[in-house]
Design a binder for this molecule. Sequence first.
Ligand SMILES: *Cc1c(COP(=O)(O)O)cnc(C)c1O
Length: 367
Amino acid sequence: MLKMAEPIIHHRNPEFNEVFTRVNRNLKYLFQTTQPVVTLTSSGTGGVEATFVSLFSPGDTIISVNGGKFGERWVKMPRAFGMNVVEIKTAWGKAPHADQILDALRKNPQAKAVYLVHSETSTGTATDVKTMAGLIRDNSNALICVDGITAVGAHELRFDEWNIDVCVTGSQKGLMIPPGLAFVALSRKAIEAMEKSTAPKFYFDLRKALKSYEANDTPFTPAVSLIVGVDAALEMIRNEGIENVWARHELLASALRAGIEALGLRLFSDSPSFAVTPVWVPDGIAWKSFNKILKIDNGITIAGGQDDYKDRIFRVSHLGYYDELDMLAFVGALERTLAALNYSFEAGAGLAATQNVFLSHRANAMA
Ligand SMILES: *Cc1c(COP(=O)(O)O)cnc(C)c1O
């Protein structure tokens, strides 16, 4: 935040070039790749749009997994560009099965790409990208494209080792800075695909972004303050170590789930994300009053459900700048809120369960 408050440097000055060179190097570390990761000034959705228009053409077949609001977006978006979309639908809260992907590939051998959402934020559900990428690679020539927008920096992701072709994230998720930047990792195969693409594009033409990238530059004026901010955020991630960052997210998510279940609340997802935890609003409790007490009396902001799950689930984030005490604070506030709404439970049960996960993790780490 302090870095971003400094006077703006000019983006054609050596000073900016120095920052952007470091950012580009550290982005490779974040995605675990030696291949290019380009930065676009747009929200995450713009980054994904850039991949559709830069790699594919109208009439191309794209397989897209839709298990929530974001998967649904990656069905609608390529359709808007005249692409032929094969939709794999999964129920909200369920991850796609290998069989669903294999079946779609068998029926559509001409498919140019499979789009997967690594952590579907609307449902708090994680997809096993490593396994799915292996299957896709073994059974087709399709590009493996990953919406990593809440997964990068929360879930293990090894772009090169897992043979991923495209992975996108956004600045306001695991990178912990305000919205406004998208980051797109591209394999050699993805870069080759750009030569054949005939979809109309200009600002989101990744060939332009890549050409400038080679000189640690951008084709258009970038959001300079955000790049200065992400430089600091990437340094934090480097200092902690990416594997430790993934492990911290997994630990916070599992401790939080333990606390929530100990209070008798039910988790929503079968395959929980390490970035966000979705929970059913307990029977007899109105989401609106629940949310209001958490926010006004306890100072905690959570998100509600979307579409069919509006007012029925709530979602707790633990993505980015969070630690163990934040989870204890949340579970403590949850207990107070439930008590205010006359929900019956044993006071401290959630806190004890969360604390025990942390304490046994520490004991194991020391042993
Ligand atoms: C936030 C999010 C997006 C959309 O990103 P914007 O920055 O809002 O455009 C896409 N996919 C997932 C999984 C997200 O969490």
